[in-house]
Design a binder for this molecule. Structure first.
Ligand SMILES: [Zn+2]
Length: 307
């Protein structure tokens, strides 16, 4: 399973507009609150605890002791009968030192946290992080500039002045591995760590299909012309709100050279080399992203001969 996918919660979206139900669940002692502090998820244990770690879910009364009546609070869904909410506690100055969360856990950046918890917990981190991040950046109406208010348990913002509605966004990104026979194409971004090579990627533009975006990005970034494009898998990527759409693309030839404004280098790698790279080994100074990235799973699928 690809990290950030496989969300186990039942989102019961039909309940979001039932304010009385949402409020009752928010106060129900069996419900759980997932604190996020400055977009960092709460994890049980200390910073020195060895993985696997668990996300820190607290009782509503513990969250209430933080005294954040106006904080962004999102209904994430039901885990069995238990309701789960994400709460933005960014206004608390030092929540792990003092207050009701002190001694219970710690906060860690979402990407690192997601690599240390179960697939189930990582998916909940993705949902909570993307939702709170969106609210933090969309407090004002893009049409008239008036402050908007949170509605539907967090899944809508409403402008009272011009009545426009705003919904949490997901930005589609294509990420693709071009292949030619027994080789696949990887590239090194200018800001990547030394030796790190990955699948090429780019945002889908308005008025563009997935396949068109794959063809355009491979041409722009690596001057590679491709024929058939096939879909492999998607991954929610909450940094801040992407949906990574993983694809394979059959290159017409082995010709490739990096567009230097975007990439430092592109290389064709043999399937046998790809097999070693996804096992975490370096080959000729090259390494590929870890399991948290869908690029790893594309390269793995090629390495195993699935593509
Ligand atoms: Zn407005």
């Amino acid at each position: 399973m690809i990290p950030f996918s496989g969300n186990p919660l039942n989102r019961v979206s039909e309940k979001r507009t039932d304010t009385a139900w949402v409020e009752a669940k928010r106060r129900d002692p069996s419900s759980r609150i997932f604190p996020m502090w400055r977009l960092e998820p709460f994890l049980l244990g200390s910073e020195k605890s060895a993985p696997p770690l668990e996300i820190g879910l607290v009782q509503p009364e513990i969250a209430d002791e933080l005294g954040l009546d106006d904080a962004i609070c999102i209904f994430l869904g039901l885990d069995g009968d238990k309701a789960l909410f994400a709460l933005d506690i960014s206004e608390v100055s030092n929540p792990t030192r003092t207050g009701p969360l002190a001694g219970l856990g710690h906060f860690r950046d979402a990407r690192t946290a997601a690599s240390m918890v179960s697939i189930k917990d990582a998916a909940i981190i993705a949902q909570a992080k993307a939702m709170i991040d969106w609210h933090q950046r969309h407090g004002f109406c893009p049409k008239c500039g008036t402050r908007t208010k949170l509605m539907d348990a967090g899944y809508r913002r409403l402008c009272d002045a011009c009545k426009s509605e705003h919904f949490p966004r997901t930005d589609p990104v294509v990420i693709m591995l071009a292949t030619y026979g027994e080789e696949c194409l990887v590239g090194r971004g200018k800001l990547f760590p030394a030796g790190m090579f990955s699948a090429l990627a780019g945002f889908i533009e308005p008025g563009e299909t997935i396949e068109e975006a794959v063809r355009r990005e491979l041409m722009e970034e690596a001057n590679v012309k491709v024929g058939e494009v096939t879909y492999y898998a998607t991954q929610p990527w909450p940094f801040p709100s992407s949906l990574m759409i993983g694809c394979f693309a059959k290159a017409d030839s082995r010709d490739a050279h990096a567009d230097e404004t975007e990439l430092a280098e592109v290389r064709w790698i043999e399937r046998s080399v790809a097999r070693e790279l996804v096992e975490g080994r370096r080959v000729d100074g090259i390494m590929v992203p870890p399991r948290i990235a869908i690029a790893h799973h594309l390269i793995r699928a090629f390495a195993l001969g699935e593509k």
